[in-house]
Ligand binder design. Sequence first.
Ligand code: N01
Length: 561
Amino acid sequence: MTTDTAVDDPAGPADRYDVLVVGAGFAGMYLIHKLRALGFTVHAVEAAGSVGGTWYWNRYPGARCDVASLEYSYSFSEPLQQEWEWTERFAAQPEILRYAEHVADRFDLRRDITFDTRIRTADFDERAGLWRLRADGGRTFVGRFLITAVGCLSAARTPDWPGQRDFTGPIYHTGQWPHHEVDFTGQRVAVVGTGSSGIQVIPPIAEQAAHLTVFQRTANFSLPTRNRPLLPGEQADVKARYPQIRAMMRDNPRALHRRTGKGVLQVPEQVRRAELEQRWRDGEVSFLTAFTDVLTDADANRAVADFVREKIRATVTDPVVAELLCPQGHPIGTKRICRDTGYFETFNRDDVDLVDVRSEPIVELTPGGVRTSRREYPVDAVVFATGYDAMTGALTRIDIRGRGGRSLRQVWADGPRSYLGLAVAGFPNMFTVTGPGSPSVLVNVIMAIEQHVEWLAELLGHLRDRGVTRVEADPGHQDAWVAHVADLAAATLYPQADSWFIGANVPGKPRVFLPYVGGLDRYRRRCDEIAAAGYPGLRFDDPAPDPYPAPDPTPTSDPVV
Ligand code: N01
């Protein structure tokens, strides 16, 4: 299925491939490697200056993965996983980025990536059966298939308070951290946001700055990471057992390799307490994987949440501050659980203040500070740890247009609809790695990426063998999958929280639970069954009638050729 490498395009000469990939993070890199090995011409376009995706952008102090490094790594290449040496139990951002760069060099991926180029539009030409992508600056790429590998947490969001432009100091976002060193020595710093990024960035900034003010809207559950250097022999032991360990991970809902298999309320209180204490002390894995029912049973959840609240009260010396830091109003785990190094202890410092923006909302930035409804806090720099338009934002920020010029933005206006989180009816030959409706952010995401890439590679091979040039999700199967994803979520405590999992952090975003909660193991089995059955749910060279009969008011773009 190799196509010509150049075609005429109304916008000028375009590069043309079998498969176009948007993004060169962990998903984009593996796509290039896997598809190239199968003989497809493949090219990725990446907005960043190098590979690594989230680990390229998130250079904020304290950025660290909360999945063990020996598990948060590719499993597709035994030589790769044997040769790479991790130094810490939970790798920090620079080490993960070095790993990504090593992978890019080892598999010679960079020759198939265009860097520093942001895709703005993607149009499917029905007559030619091709996708055309336009980048900033007008460069055009044409391909038979479009695979998005844009990341679930890459469309950063910042507040838009009055006065932001007039603030005289620097404003940072954790997910767009500068490449130069940021030195807060002697400065008064504001951090807004106490999710996973805020909770990581706050302790190192407090160490460096003259004064830190933390603006908290929602207190979060956080567990100690207990990071440490890997012990001698520990890495060798895992490497010797990698095949078994990876097999266990593939058979685990979260693609990790430890769980108890018991419900919180099934074990006597003493046993439960001992298990939680041990996990708190060891930072082994999240409490959510310690027991089977934390996310489905309100009483089980409360028992675990109470344990964490007790720990917060025991750590923070000022009882008023401790109460403010105790999460209330959402079950533990229904907002992404955080992992920290000295987060709660940081609030015992004299040079750190906590402001509760629910009782004292931020009104504006002034040239020299942050003004709340009560007073002005003078600061020299502001750090937004305010999160992302998760799972859909990075896709809808591109103007993607499928059959009939229909825009993805419009089709998803009431919430994303996707078959398996991978394919969207009305958007032929387009696939979304870790898209909404797939396990993605609820599991070890590198394992989720590998599952998607391998499944897609098999599908593209299947199409090539049969001479199929157009593939599209069947609307009926898509509806059934969307309903299944929603039903699974409704059976859990997740929808009780105003989380980014459900779009609640973005004003106006429809309240739809975005990831698939059924576990990567179950999802993988379903995908495998679908492949074995010849891909029911995908239409080959057989488009359904327009699945979205309402007219699209927005204009379509030109055809490809
Ligand atoms: O973003 P978030 P994040 N005024 O959305 C607050 C992954 N990750 O970048 O909860 C005041 O979780 C907001 O308040 P509220 C991980 O999957 C992993 O921290 O909406 N506050 C919240 O406190 C994670 O879940 C790792 O009420 C405002 C915070 O900003 C995901 O990325 C490390 C506000 C945003 O928290 C996103 O984490 C880092 C406003 N206008 C990230 N707007 C690890 O692996 C937002 N907030 C360890």
